[in-house]
Design a protein around this ligand. Structure first.
Ligand SMILES: [Zn+2]
Ligand SMILES: [Zn+2]
Length: 217
């Protein structure tokens, strides 16, 4: 029984108690109620750049970068349009003189998480002279055949984190706002956990897309 399942159907914690795992169940109930509390506390806002269409894909973001050069609109604002943030972790407006962007209060988001498999098969598990991601993951017991597991694990953890505003603001530039989310993995070969930072690009209406599976602190 994982924490994620518990969150998905609230009766689970009670069921676990009937299985005789009272202590575990109590800590799970606390974990769940903390999560629910955090969800209720998170106040969401949406960035609005009036009269332009939010960029739903990386192609549309790139098109906005060009638009930022050839029109009077600025790419940063165009690419923030429609993006959702918790109130206390939102880019600061105005972003520049004459920035007409607004933030509007919205209901809690439904997070949509994209974690492309290629980020693992063609990035994490590819040897590189400049960094040691592959060696690190292998040291923890993970290989390229675990790519699908890691993909799903990143989706689960990012869904929980983004839904309650458990993220830090990262780089903001003409492509938009990146956020950092902490990922925790259990070492396969040891009873130990490793935590590290992953980097995500924010898209409109609660969507984030994995950019950097493993980022340095
Ligand atoms: Zn602007
Ligand atoms: Zn603006």
């Amino acid at each position: 029984m994982t924490f994620e399942n518990l969150v998905l159907h609230s009766n689970c914690a009670v069921k676990i108690q009937f299985k005789g795992e009272q202590i575990k169940a109590v800590s799970k109930i606390e974990e769940v109620s903390n999560y629910v509390k955090k969800t209720l506390q998170a106040k969401w806002v949406k960035w609005v750049h009036h009269a332009t269409k939010p960029a739903e894909s990386s192609e549309e973001k790139s098109a906005n970068v060009i638009k930022g050069i050839i029109s009077k609109h600025c790419a940063i604002c165009l690419n923030l349009n429609g993006c959702c943030f918790v109130k206390d972790k939102c880019p600061t407006k105005p972003l520049h003189p004459n920035c007409h962007c607004d933030t509007i209060n919205i209901y809690p988001i439904t997070a949509t998480i994209e974690s492309p498999i290629a980020k693992f098969t063609k990035y994490v598990f590819v040897s590189s002279a400049v960094d040691d991601k592959k060696q690190l993951f292998e040291l923890w017991g993970y290989g390229i055949m675990d790519s699908e597991y890691l993909q799903q694990e990143f989706i689960k953890q990012a869904t929980l984190a983004y839904s309650v505003g458990d993220y830090e603001l990262g780089l903001l530039n003409e492509y938009g706002q990146r956020i950092n989310i902490t990922i925790t993995l259990k070492r396969k070969n040891k009873n130990e956990y490793v935590t590290f930072r992953s980097g995500w690009m924010v898209y409109p209406n609660g969507k984030i897309v994995l950019i950097t599976p493993y980022g340095r602190r």
